[in-house]
Design a protein around this ligand. Structure first.
Ligand code: ZN
Length: 218
């Protein structure tokens, strides 16, 4: 049986480019692979059949992954596809297993999400896969890593903006603050996975999170 998510070969460090400290981008998927995954989603194989289930407290439009096969495939990515990349890109991360994950799809469009306010994720590592994007606007903007204490500090001087192409994958620390620019038309659909280390809290109060906080280290 064909897997829900066709993964390319194990990712190599040279496949990733640095967008901002703790935020990296690669393009491992073809647009045909993205269309295939989207087609399965539309067919109801990969996601909750509830079309507008709230995937988390920040998003009102999207779907939570509830397909056991896709959930299992996404859960094992840190130990397979990303096994050599995660420790190399995020050397501050303590060892241990990513024992918890939350996977969901978000939809930006005229009748869906129009923008997203500045926030950090409830994750240690976030994987963000663009499946579709013909939007004007809707870029993701990174404003620097922050610990729990400094999450509302003013933005860094340099704000890094990224326009998604279908097949793009971003991998970033959960405490890298980001927001999404207002959409002016079109739509964008992204599949997100929040990975959490099973032995660590994910409220960004850990000392290793403080070590990469731009305010703590200023
Ligand atoms: Zn701090």
């Amino acid at each position: 049986m064909k897997p829900v998510l066709d993964m390319p070969n194990p990712s190599r460090l040279e496949d990733w480019r640095c967008l901002a400290p703790g935020a990296f981008a690669a393009r491992p998927f073809s647009s045909a692979q993205c269309q295939d995954l989207l087609a399965q989603i539309v067919a109801g194989k990969a996601f909750s059949s509830v079309p507008r289930e709230q995937p988390n407290s920040m998003h009102n439009y999207g779907m939570v992954v509830n397909n056991t096969e896709l959930s299992a495939q996404l859960a094992c990515l840190p130990d397979t596809w990303l096994a050599t990349v995660i420790p190399a890109l995020f050397p501050h991360l303590p060892g241990g297993r990513f024992g918890d994950q939350h996977a969901f799809m978000v939809l930006y469009g005229e009748d869906a999400e129009r923008e997203l306010a500045l926030h950090v994720d409830a994750s240690h590592i976030t994987l963000n896969i663009c499946l579709e994007n013909d939007a004007q606007g809707g870029e993701i903007n990174f404003t620097g890593a922050r610990c729990a204490r400094h999450v509302n500090e003013p933005p860094d001087r340099t704000i890094v903006s990224h326009r998604f192409e279908p097949g793009d994958v971003l991998l970033h620390v959960g405490n890298q603050r980001h927001h999404v620019s207002p959409l002016r038309g079109g739509r964008r659909r992204n599949l997100l996975v929040w990975y959490r280390l099973e032995t660590e809290v994910f409220d960004h109060s850990n000392s290793w999170v403080q070590s990469i906080c731009a305010t703590c280290s200023a």
